[in-house]
Design a protein around this ligand. Sequence first.
Ligand code: ATP
Length: 258
Amino acid sequence: MSLLEVKNAAFAYPAFSETFSDVSFTVRKGQVFTILGPNGAGKSTLLGCLAGLNKLSAGQILLGGRDIGAMSRRDIARLQGFVPQTLNSVYAYSVAEYVVMGRAPYISSLRRPTKEDYAAAFEAIETMGVGHLAARSFSELSGGERQQVAIARILVQNPQLILLDEPTSALDFGNQIKVVKMVRELSQKGYSVIMTTHNPDHAVMLDDTIGILDGGGHMRVGTAAEILTEECLSAVYHTEVKVSYVEKVNRNACLAVF
Ligand SMILES: Nc1ncnc2c1ncn2[C@@H]1O[C@H](COP(=O)(O)OP(=O)(O)OP(=O)(O)O)[C@@H](O)[C@H]1O
């Protein structure tokens, strides 16, 4: 059984025409599914549907075999962690307090986080290389630092499926690659990951399944070799793209003609 099954999904914001329709794909344990597509194509909206936050107008999403529309937030959170694109914090939580909240699906409302919960939080903070930020206030962090801390919180939540909405958007060149490598490592450990990105090279590096939204509400699903072609990328991004093998890095690179 697939961990996630998306069947003929469609979504429309109230009073708007459909953002996307007839989107179908499955994600199994350990699989990375990268979502590409131009600005406004519906990547974040689709991720919101997969997280159970946006209600489909047609079709069905099954998480662990259950219709996500019929699941409680707590049940969803035990299986799935979501890092949205914008990370606001109204309260002045420290990074450690923010990350330990990832344990919430396992802590009853009457219990405070234990030493073990904090130990798991500090381990995740170290894994993300942000140990130096542990005592800082989350609301004072830069956008990129918040993204890294938010991923640490998801690691503490220990879900089977991790949804990352543009996890590299605010990151410098080195930290982008660090996050892409971490996604690959998570999949090797058996986590399933769905992430959106504006950089097709990230999909090349992850070399797994890709769904590309075309800006007209349709999603094409396939392997990196099937989707990351000059024809497909040039058509979807409305700019001439060349895909070239680069021996020095031993992979294809997607290059915009300038
Ligand atoms: N709350 C809303 N009400 C109405 N329309 C919305 C709402 N949120 C988003 N949209 C519209 O839905 C479409 C898809 O938006 P979405 O944010 O999902 O795109 P995206 O592919 O994630 O874009 P980007 O790459 O720019 O982040 C856009 O046309 C956007 O303007």
